[in-house]
Design a protein. Structure first.
Length: 326
């Protein structure tokens, strides 16, 4: 049978991972015990620079089960780039995205798949009704998603993550977008396909340690905010206008005191001067930082480097990686 006549799987599931050797055996057990799964599916695991034996575990599994595919990237390119690598090689009529740590439960992914097919939708995604993280982390997630929703130029659902099922058409539209700095959940909302949100209680990590450090989370949040809105660029204009108004108001007050009262200001105004200078300089550097983020995004985009580079694949013979250089 030639590759052109190979039947397309009903569902491809993209699962990026980084050093998850402790949780992958549990994930395998859950996936193999799934009831009512599609008659034909494929599991695309993407190793984002793993060094702990995770890729070797998946490769051994893939040798025993041809439905299991493995993509190994040359280094750690980041979660969103690993997702893009999986989407590039997914061949199913529908494509699911989930994390490997079992916080995204496979049973819920199949439920979203059934909803998408039953209702004729293009996207079904999870909205986190509950998080197992600590209070500080939950607070920052809360602030980020509401800030993102406020700033974004397109409507987005609060607390929606990458966990979703997308139609083949939706995947092709996502892959057709030219951005090199990917923020998949934002791009998914920007496309504007018929979609539905499903509330889920996010499970706790099954084993191992989180791979998303605070630094990586901040970088992802910054990328998301600057990729989908130009509103932060208006901060400089707004703050400049407010400072001008305050300066004019202060000048009028001091002029009125000098002209219409007998009061004499004993102090030379040192404290007021320091406060005004600190505030104005803080605003300037804040705005320069915002401009720097946008310039950094432009700098990375105009170089047009590929989002990821694949070292090798397993059980994916004959498939071309969309984002690789020729």
């Amino acid at each position: 049978m030639t590759s052109s006549t190979v039947r397309r799987p009903e569902l491809s599931v993209v699962i990026p991972f980084l050093n998850e050797v402790k949780v992958l055996p549990l994930l395998r057990e859950r996936l193999e015990k799934l009831a009512d799964r599609p008659s034909s599916w494929e599991l695309l695991f993407v190793s984002d620079g793993s060094t702990d034996g995770s890729a070797e575990f998946i490769e051994a599994w893939a040798k025993a089960d041809p439905c299991v595919k493995l993509i190994i990237l040359t280094r750690n390119f980041g979660h969103q780039s690993a997702l893009s690598a999986g989407l590039s090689l997914a061949s199913g009529d529908y494509v699911g995205i989930m994390d490997a740590d079992l916080q995204d439960e496979p049973e819920m992914l199949l439920e979203m798949y059934r909803v998408l097919r039953a209702e004729g939708l293009e996207v079904v995604y999870a909205v986190r009704a509950h998080r197992p993280e600590g209070g500080v982390k939950r607070f920052f997630y809360y602030v980020f998603y509401r800030l993102f929703a406020f700033l974004a130029d397109t409507p987005v659902d609060l607390d929606s993550g990458d966990f979703c099922v997308i139609s083949r058409r939706g995947v092709q539209l996502l892959l057709g977008l030219p951005e090199k700095l990917r923020f998949v959940r934002g791009l998914r909302a920007w496309v504007g396909l018929p979609s539905k949100a499903i509330p889920v209680a996010r499970a706790a990590r099954a084993a191992g340690d989180p791979q998303y450090s605070i630094r990586k989370l901040v970088r992802l949040a910054t990328s998301g905010l600057t990729s989908f809105s130009t509103k932060p660029l208006r901060v400089g204009f707004i703050c400049g206008a407010l400072l001008c108004i305050l300066a004019v108001t202060g000048a009028l007050i001091y002029a009125a005191i000098a002209l219409f009262t007998d009061a004499h200001i004993e102090a030379p105004g040192f404290t007021t001067l320091v406060i005004v200078l600190l505030f104005s300089q803080g605003v300037i550097f804040l705005y320069l930082g915002i401009l720097g983020e946008y310039l950094g995004q432009i700098f990375l985009e105009v170089k047009a480097r590929p989002t990821f580079v694949v070292e090798r694949t397993f059980n994916l013979e004959g498939r071309k990686v969309a984002d690789e250089p020729d």
